[in-house]
Design a protein around this ligand. Structure first.
Ligand SMILES: Cc1cc2nc3c(=O)[nH]c(=O)nc-3n(C[C@H](O)[C@H](O)[C@H](O)COP(=O)(O)O)c2cc1C
Length: 179
């Protein structure tokens, strides 16, 4: 099974990207996680550029989404909402068939950001019939380094919860695939 993990942060030292990379590191056997953290490569969405004119970086993301059995998304909150870069990526996907039945779950690297989470949940329930708001992994990792995020996620306190989350989401994706 293959997951695509999309970070909503373009920051090199992003804790959300680090969390997704840590999950990639501890993923159970049989579950491969690819991390996408290049939202900055996508041009600003315009309906004029859909179809034959779709830009190459968008097509590359679409292919990754298509190949994935499910999407994990982890995002910071910017100005009490979801970051523009992440919304832009979702705007590119929204009128395409690759997203409409794609299983999606959220993870979150902060104890803050509830406005963004509410926003993102509303947007994701609009674009896919398989957004699972019950599956959610939240860890207070704000300002931690990538090395420390990996250490925390691999540590005895968090590892079982993170493994369980990944296994539950993989099961959900498997059920969606056979439905
Ligand atoms: C432009 C900007 C706006 C932000 N707005 C908020 C906000 O409204 N609420 C909040 O809790 N944090 C806000 N933050 C803090 C980030 O959400 C927080 O630092 C997050 O953990 C960063 O995630 P990252 O490490 O993945 O980049 C903001 C940060 C930036 C740079």
């Amino acid at each position: 099974m293959q997951l695509l993990a999309i970070s909503g942060s373009a920051r090199a030292a992003s804790t959300n990207t680090a969390l997704l990379r840590a999950l990639q590191h501890i993923a159970p056997a049989g579950l491969a996680i690819e991390v996408f953290h290049d939202l900055a490569a996508l041009p600003v969405f315009s309906p004029d550029l859909e179809g034959a004119l779709t830009p190459a970086p968008v097509l590359a993301l679409v292919q990754q989404v298509q190949a994935a059995d499910g999407l994990l998304i982890s995002s910071p909150e910017y100005v009490r909402a979801l970051p523009g870069g992440l919304k832009n990526a979702i705007d590119w996907l929204v009128s395409r068939e690759e997203i409409i039945q794609k299983p999606v779950a959220l993870v979150h690297a902060s104890h803050r950001g509830d406005d963004m989470l509410a926003d993102l949940r509303r947007v994701l329930s609009t674009v896919t019939a398989q957004f699972n708001s019950d599956l959610f992994l939240r860890l207070p990792l704000m300002k931690e380094s990538a090395a420390s995020v990996l250490q925390i996620v691999s540590g005895a306190e968090v590892y079982p919860e993170a493994q369980q989350f990944l296994q539950d989401f993989a099961t959900f994706c498997g059920c969606a695939r056979t439905a």
